[in-house]
Design a protein around this ligand. Sequence first.
Ligand SMILES: CC(C)(COP(=O)(O)OP(=O)(O)OC[C@H]1O[C@@H](n2cnc3c(N)ncnc32)[C@H](O)[C@@H]1OP(=O)(O)O)[C@@H](O)C(=O)NCCC(=O)NCCS
Length: 339
Amino acid sequence: MNTIYKCLRQQERQLGNYSIVPLRYEDRFLIMKWRNEQIYHLRQARPLTEEDQQRYFDNIVSKLYDNPQPDQILFSYLEKDICIGYGGLVHINWIDRNAEISFIMDTSLEAEHFAEHWSNYLTMLKAVAFDDLRLHKIYTYAFDLRPFLYTALEANGFVREATLKEHCYFEGKYKNVILHSFINHQYDIVNYVDCSLDQQKEILDLRNLDCVRVWMVNPDVISEASHLQFVENLKEDKNRLYYAVYRNGVLVGTYNLTKEKDSVWERGIIANPAIQGTGETEKWERQILSRISCLGIDRVTAKVKQDNIRSIRYHEKVGYKELAKDKEYVYYQYNLNGK
Ligand SMILES: CC(C)(COP(=O)(O)OP(=O)(O)OC[C@H]1O[C@@H](n2cnc3c(N)ncnc32)[C@H](O)[C@@H]1OP(=O)(O)O)[C@@H](O)C(=O)NCCC(=O)NCCS
């Protein structure tokens, strides 16, 4: 059976030892076993038989791969090459550009590794949903039966959007259904060379804040004259791209890319302290990452000071892969095309 999704540019996503790959035929009976063990939180009326599962794979799953706009995209979630979960984007609405998230893991992992696997999975699925499919919103619809699920979702930037009161009947009681969502807001990304003088001053003020420059490779205060000269030089420089990022006219951060070699570019990032910690930075960086492959960029690298714990945490959350460490820095890389 062909298991390459026509609708995806990148078939697989990886995070350390974990990956998501187009749903593998060979995993069907493992999945059936987990679904039957966890039937209590699934929208499934009765246990699945092997015939049911075979029929589902032959009639439904097999048709998803070649469809340019399928209503669901399913993945096997692997540790190395072993399937330890499955899920994907379901009820995909291509007009409103939203989709529901589904995921279940090997039942034996739930007690001790629930949050860790949800977090890995969501990091990779966000890249599929936003970087590849350019969806606007992804959401979960979950019965109020697994308290750890809500904590795991909220730790990954999802917000509790709605509670459907007493929406499901479970063991003699009506239970709530809670919707959590993650919206991929649109940001305006403006090259420094196109910014007005007032915008340049605002960018420089952000760069010169003590709490920002302390983390820079060059932590010195930069003068206005030197900044303006730098921007002037950018006009002729094909190896440096500097952007200011705005949401509704408010400067949310700056982003720069410097060519290292061929298609590998080093990036720098500053988030406006007013929006740090709100989860926005990840959203605007994802928007940029989803657009720069057309500039011939395949890989983005970053180096983060060892004691910049916030930034280290941030890079891991976004899905940057640690390449190396020395006394001063941790070196990261983000692959745009999975090469
Ligand atoms: C690095 C930076 C871009 C990240 O953006 P941000 O909006 O602060 O990032 P987020 O809040 O989404 O993520 C930071 C993570 O670190 C965690 N964190 C924050 N302070 C922390 C601390 N002192 N110790 C450990 N973790 C911390 C946050 O909880 C968050 O993780 P979570 O989402 O899992 O809860 C931003 O902090 C920044 O601009 N810093 C100053 C400049 C800089 O350091 N640039 C990068 C140079 S490599």
